[in-house]
Design a protein around this ligand. Structure first.
Ligand SMILES: Cc1cc2nc3c(=O)[nH]c(=O)nc-3n(C[C@H](O)[C@H](O)[C@H](O)COP(=O)(O)OP(=O)(O)OC[C@H]3O[C@@H](n4cnc5c(N)ncnc54)[C@H](O)[C@@H]3O)c2cc1C
Ligand code: SF4
Ligand code: SF4
Length: 566
């Protein structure tokens, strides 16, 4: 008969990763339970350092991430998810506040990697490759690196000094960023010649046209270029919003057409420039792709919404204004996106405004970067014709042939993947981005140990203070509240030295008396071999967060038992 023995056996939390069933956790593979535990202990700097292992943009993600981690959080089944995103911001801002920077890696591989595009995908791949010892150069078309985080997402959601710090941190790992360096298809053969591998991460920036007569009139603007003009302007950096409004000349009444991130950022930016804004969308509120929190904030800021309206014509009106003709729609059968399709009703109405800004989505820039003849529809990587050199793709440039696009955190995950592929291509070494481990799902957590407790409400600046400036709208959690909220975490699958196993071990478990660290957490205790009995299984049952396991003393488990038994 096989005898089973207890061992410590950490697991992955569902919030941290996508599991085999497709449940979405953090695409950036953040070690969520360990950074939350560090906050709970009051060690904010350790939390910052744990996050920097996976995510160079925690200061950004802690502010604007779509936070799929919270949808996967076990605590959702108990009361409400842990405030992972807000706590990530608190941890990230600790490094920013203290001005913590890394030292360049000692390892040097002698390999050179070029990255085209300095958005979150390109910069993340550069960050990981530099830490692995490769020489990395990023070519960025704009005057500042950061991609859409820098020139799409407005300052009131991601302040300039935080963005500057996160980019500088990457540079301090040894990455060289060349700004104002747009790459054209004709440059690609030279870049391939000079480097050992090339990553293209130029994003999806080509604004889609709405496809009605007049959508290309001179005063009909596209959302991303408008945001870029505002976000990269010298006026915004020196806080002179009046001068900015005057130069941009956006007018008093603005119509925004669209219902995604871009439409909301355009509308809320226009409000801060002093405009009165109406958003027209061909579907309904519940079908908008922007985050629900954004819709609520936009409404509070006085933005009006007209749903089920399809633009049919844009033309010049009196006094330099524009007249838009819309057709009313009703909802029909679901389309390929799973949302009910807007069906035109034939009923028309018009609106007159000073400015029309369209924001209905963006297409990949890949055809603008790769020379003709290079296939541009591969998921991750394309082989350059006539040579061994390979071009790796990362981030939203894969839009149209990968579903994993359209969010900063996905671009970060994709940047990690590209870095791992390039590293393997250059050195033959395969990296494990996530350890292969079981997942501590809700059913494995002993919820009897925990009490119901509400999550935090994030502080915001009053609505009346949001016009005429780009001050950050959502504020950070105070440190004491952050610690309390981090303490709501079950710390699924990791050992936090809570001693429940020790107490239930009836003398069969010895403490190693070493301080908690994110790297050693499976080995804080040892079993005393001669005292382990069938009763010791109660220690495994007692662990609130599923960090132990009963295993046979043979095969793959023998090593773990030998390590953990004295
Ligand atoms: C207005 C707006 C708001 C958004 N808000 C959010 C949000 O709140 N949360 C969220 O998760 N996601 C948001 N997104 C989506 C998110 O910004 C993108 O998914 C993400 O930035 C994609 O990252 P990327 O690195 O692939 O591309 P990008 O961020 O687009 O970066 C690509 C970079 O490549 C550069 N480049 C392009 N062509 C060249 C060239 N030929 N040579 C050199 N450089 C070049 C560009 O200048 C840019 O810096 C938003 C998108 C938009 C448009
Ligand atoms: S990066 Fe986004 S998904 Fe990942 S832990 Fe942070 S908020 Fe969650
Ligand atoms: S309770 Fe904590 S560790 Fe568990 S899934 Fe939620 S955030 Fe992750």
């Amino acid at each position: 008969m096989t005898t089973y023995y207890p061992i410590y056996y950490t697991r992955r939390s569902p919030c941290s990763t996508r599991d085999h069933l497709g449940n979405g956790g953090c695409p950036a593979r953040n070690d969520i339970p360990r950074f939350l535990f560090s906050i709970w202990k009051g060690d904010f700097e350790l939390a910052f350092r744990i996050l920097k292992r996976t995510n160079p943009f925690s200061g950004g993600c802690g502010r604007f991430c779509d936070h799929p981690c919270e949808k996967a959080c076990n605590r959702e089944k108990f009361d409400e998810p842990v405030d992972i995103m807000a706590l990530e911001r608190v941890a990230a801002d600790e490094g920013f506040r203290k001005g913590i920077f890394p030292s360049p890696p000692e390892r040097r591989t002698g390999k050179r990697v070029y990255v085209v595009g300095g958005g979150p995908a390109g910069l993340t791949s550069a960050y990981f490759l530099a830490r692995l010892g490769h020489e990395v150069v990023v070519f960025e078309a704009e005057k500042k690196a950061g991609g859409l985080m820098r020139f799409g997402i407005p300052r009131y959601r991601y302040p300039e000094d935080v963005a500057d710090y996160e980019v500088e941190y990457i540079e301090k790992t040894g990455v060289r960023i060349e700004t104002n360096a747009r790459i054209y298809p004709g440059d690609i053969p030279r870049l391939l010649e000079e480097s050992d591998a090339l990553i293209v991460a130029t994003g999806a920036l080509k604004g889609k046209r709405i496809g009605c007569p007049g959508d290309d009139l001179p005063g009909v603007w596209q959302g991303v270029p408008f945001l870029r003009d505002v976000n990269l302007s010298p006026e915004i950096s020196r806080g002179d919003i009046e001068a900015l409004s005057e130069r941009i000349s956006v007018g008093k009444e603005v119509a925004v057409i669209g219902g995604g991130y871009t439409a909301f950022d355009v509308a809320r930016t226009a409000v801060r420039l002093g405009c009165s804004v109406t958003v027209y969308y061909r579907r309904t509120e519940s079908q908008m792709t922007a985050h629900p929190g954004e819709v609520r904030e936009a409404e509070k800021e006085g933005i009006r919404f007209v749903f089920l309206s399809i633009p049919r014509k844009i033309e010049h009106a009196e006094n330099g204004r524009y007249r838009i003709t819309f057709e009313k729609a009703r909802l029909g059968e679901p389309d390929e996106s799973g949302r009910e399709r807007p069906i035109p009703t034939g009923e028309l109405f018009t609106a007159e405004v000073d400015r029309v800004i369209t924001a209905i989505g963006e297409d990949s820039t890949l055809p603008e970067v790769l020379p003709e003849g290079v296939p541009s529809t591969a998921e991750e990587m394309v082989t350059f014709p006539g040579g061994k050199k390979r071009v790796f793709l990362a981030g939203d440039v894969r839009k149209g042939f990968s579903p994993n696009v359209g969010m900063v955190v996905r671009a970060i995950g994709s940047g990690q993947d590209a870095a791992a592929k390039v590293h393997e291509y250059l050195t033959g070494e395969r990296l494990s981005l996530l350890p292969e481990k079981e997942i501590a799902f809700y059913e494995t957590i002993k919820v009897r140990y925990f009490e119901e407790r509400a999550r935090a409400r994030l502080p915001k600046i009053p609505v009346e203070e949001r016009r005429g400036n780009f001050r950050e709208t959502v504020l950070s959690l105070p440190r004491d509240v952050a610690r309390e909220m981090a303490g709501r975490c079950f710390f699924c699958g990791i050992c936090i030295q809570c001693d429940w196993c020790y107490d239930y071990g009836r003398g069969a478990i010895a403490k190693r008396e070493i301080p908690w660290s994110p790297d050693e957490d499976a080995f804080f205790y040892r079993f005393i071999r001669e005292r382990v009995t069938a009763k010791t299984e109660e220690a495994v049952e007692a662990c609130p967060r599923c960090t132990m396991k009963m295993v046979p003393d043979k095969g793959e488990w023998k090593k773990a038992i030998d390590e953990q038994y004295i």
